[in-house]
Design a protein around this ligand. Structure first.
Ligand code: DOR
Ligand code: ZN
Length: 450
């Protein structure tokens, strides 16, 4: 695991100036107990204690306080077709409602983010329009200027298989030089690891099960093994959307960061011809899904990410082979898993580690724990308030969810840098999201809150 990001406010002798206190219950040292969190005027956690004196207190009673999530994998499609069913504003609003305080926004846009000018243009779209913070990925592909991208990007994304907006994948034989250049910059690399040589003819596939057979699990296992053999040891590597427990075990043995998604944990390929469930890599069989979920619930998967990839229902209704892959999920990522906690299937600290702490650590961001020097990016949840997911009560412009009818626990309150985004489940914030970069990025000022 990479080193913990630099945090603020921990210098000896620096007088804490606590502006307000959030009082509730939280897991501290593995135990749920009453806790008060002192937040300074710049939105950093200055104290965590049983009691903190302050004139401004907000007591959430039985409410449980946790850090907001960092979702390392979203596709908000900006820049892109203005008619597309998503952009940075709508995507980050869903994130705010779902308890995701920072998103990692992918580069497979139109045009793709392959040079520093495009990255700067994208960064300029964040201020004044986004509701949570945004880490911007740059594409790592043959021909890109890695060092120049690294001065602006938050991380890199490498595609080893074709995907939306990225018809030409990078071959594993080209990947090793690219990974070596990325390692020199210090920036992290997330990889879509499927080896197309293992794919079968997808042009006649008509079901979700057929999609699984056509992009089979060995495509993933092979790509991961190859990557592990070519990645320089100093590289902060991360494997996106792992679908199989065997691959998770292999990555764990290698001490490698990786993520899995709620759809690969909770949905299987028994969906017939319904292309809403077509996704890359594919949903796997029911026994394989259960094994992955068991590994996740044992705490053997470091990160949880949504791979939020909204496609319109019109596009999803095309004949199966032409329907695009992907589903929305940033708003339901944490609520679905909080429900697993409520059901007693998942330990709360296991979820917080996978959704909040480790993704932030991988991305080099000082957040994800209720600890002094971390950003006051916080949630309050009430485990008694469970509700069924219904696309109509979500905020996705594409207006559908693969998790329709699933019970879930949505955050009641959400704070970004100590400022309320959600109160009583309703949006009360302002679009103050910022581009964030890791503290180890070249020429970086990690996170100027505000
Ligand atoms: O299903 C997917 N859709 N998988 C990806 O890797 C990309 C995504 C998209 O951008 O639509
Ligand atoms: Zn993706």
């Amino acid at each position: 695991m990479p080193a913990r990001p630099r945090t603020r406010g921990t210098d000896e002798g620096e007088p804490p100036s606590i502006e307000w206190v959030l009082a509730g219950r939280a897991y501290v040292n593995g135990r749920l107990q009453p806790v008060e969190i002192g937040i300074d005027e710049e939105g950093w956690i200055r104290r965590v204690a049983r009691h903190i004196d302050s004139d401004r207190r907000h007591d959430v009673g039985e409410g449980i306080v946790l850090p907001s999530a960092t979702d390392l994998h979203v596709h908000f499609r900006e820049p892109g077709d203005p008619e597309a069913s998503e952009d940075l504003a709508s995507g980050t609003l869903q994130a705010a409602y779902g308890g995701v305080g920072t998103v990692g926004e992918m580069p497979n846009t139109q045009p793709p983010i392959t040079d520093a000018d495009r990255l700067r243009d994208k960064a300029a779209r964040v201020a004044g329009r986004t509701h949570v913070d945004v880490l911007l990925y740059a594409a790592l592909a043959p021909g890109v200027r890695v060092a120049s991208l690294a001065r602006v990007a938050g991380a890199f994304k490498l595609y080893l298989s074709p995907t939306t907006g990225q018809p030409e994948p990078t071959r594993i034989s080209d990947a090793s030089a690219l990974l070596a250049s990325a390692a020199e910059t210090g920036l992290a690399v997330s990889v879509h690891a499927e080896e197309p040589a293992y794919f079968h003819d997808t042009s006649r596939v008509g079901t979700v099960e057929g999609w699984n057979a056509a992009r089979p699990a060995p495509a993933e296992a092979y790509a991961v093994s190859e990557l592990l053999s070519v990645a320089p040891p100093s590289l902060r590597l991360h494997i996106a959307h792992v679908t199989r427990a065997e691959v998770a075990a292999q990555l764990r043995r290698a001490g490698q960061s990786f993520e899995t998604t709620p759809h690969h944990l909770l949905l299987s390929d028994r969906k017939g011809p319904d292309a809403r469930f077509k996704v890359n890599p594919p949903l796997r069989s029911e026994p394989e899904r259960r094994e992955l979920l068991a590994a996740f619930e044992r705490g053997e998967v470091p990160c949880l990410a949504s791979d939020h990839a909204p496609h319109s229902l019109d596009a999803k209704r095309r004949p199966f082979p032409e329907a695009p892959s992907g589903m929305p999920g940033v708003e339901t990522l944490l609520p679905l898993m909080l429900q697993r906690v409520r059901d007693g299937a998942l330990a709360f600290p296991t979820l917080v580690a996978a959704a909040c702490d480790r993704p932030a650590r991988w991305a080099g961001l000082p957040q994800g724990r209720l600890a002094v020097g971390h950003r006051a990016n916080l949630l309050v949840v009430d485990f008694r308030r469970s509700r069924s997911i219904g696309a109509r009560s979500l905020h996705a412009p594409c207006s559908w969810s693969a998790f329709e009818g699933f019970p879930a626990i949505f955050p009641r309150e959400h704070y970004r840098n100590g400022e309320a985004l959600l109160l009583d489940g309703e949006y009360v914030g302002r679009p103050r999201g910022r581009v964030v970069r890791p503290d180890y990025a070249p020429g970086n000022d990690p996170t100027g809150p505000g």
